[in-house]
Design a protein around this ligand. Structure first.
Ligand SMILES: Nc1ncnc2c1ncn2[C@@H]1O[C@H](COP(=O)(O)OP(=O)(O)OP(=O)(O)O)[C@@H](O)[C@H]1O
Ligand SMILES: [Mg+2]
Length: 141
């Protein structure tokens, strides 16, 4: 368990996690609005060397992909997703198959049972304006 005191500390934690999965892996982010999921994702992408990482766009999409060596880095944000549809699920499953891809998922709880068994869960909690409690769980079952 970590308590971060500002955005930079959360991003530093994300960098440490990125180090573990830079050759492939799935990171699931859980936490309420403003708990720091996107902040974490930004630090994570930066640590992977993704310069073009962007969370803003005129047309909202759930999935953004970025080249990562011979593979890809995917940032998925399911905030606006109400129900999982077959098409989106198929798309996500397609790139989950390649274990060398690096995938980070905001609001991962919306994928429920479809999450891969091997993944790292990051649970973020708002404590006060500048503090967040962050728990990391490595799942493999
Ligand atoms: N210790 C901290 N770690 C992360 N963010 C922090 C921290 N302290 C303050 N903040 C601020 O909290 C906000 C977190 O917003 P962020 O967009 O990362 O959250 P989110 O979980 O992605 O929210 P949403 O679900 O609405 O997308 C930012 O404005 C950030 O500057
Ligand atoms: Mg967000």
């Amino acid at each position: 368990m970590d308590i971060t005191k500002n955005e930079t500390e959360t991003q530093k934690l994300a960098e440490n996690i990125a180090e573990k999965v830079k050759k492939g892996g799935v990171i699931c982010l859980f936490g309420d609005l403003g708990s720091g999921k996107t902040t974490f994702a930004k630090g994570f992408a930066k640590a992977l060397g993704i310069d073009s990482f962007s969370v803003k766009s005129p047309t909202y999409t759930y999935i953004r992909d970025y080249p990562l060596g011979k593979n890809k880095f995917y940032h998925i944000d399911l905030y606006r997703l109400e129900t999982i549809d077959e098409l989106l699920l198929q798309e996500i499953e397609e790139f989950l198959i390649n274990e060398k891809n690096v995938i980070i998922i905001e609001w991962a709880d919306k994928l429920k049972d479809y999450l891969p068994k091997k993944r790292i869960d990051i649970c973020l909690e708002y404590l006060d304006e500048n503090s967040r409690k962050i728990n990391v769980f490595e799942q493999n079952e």
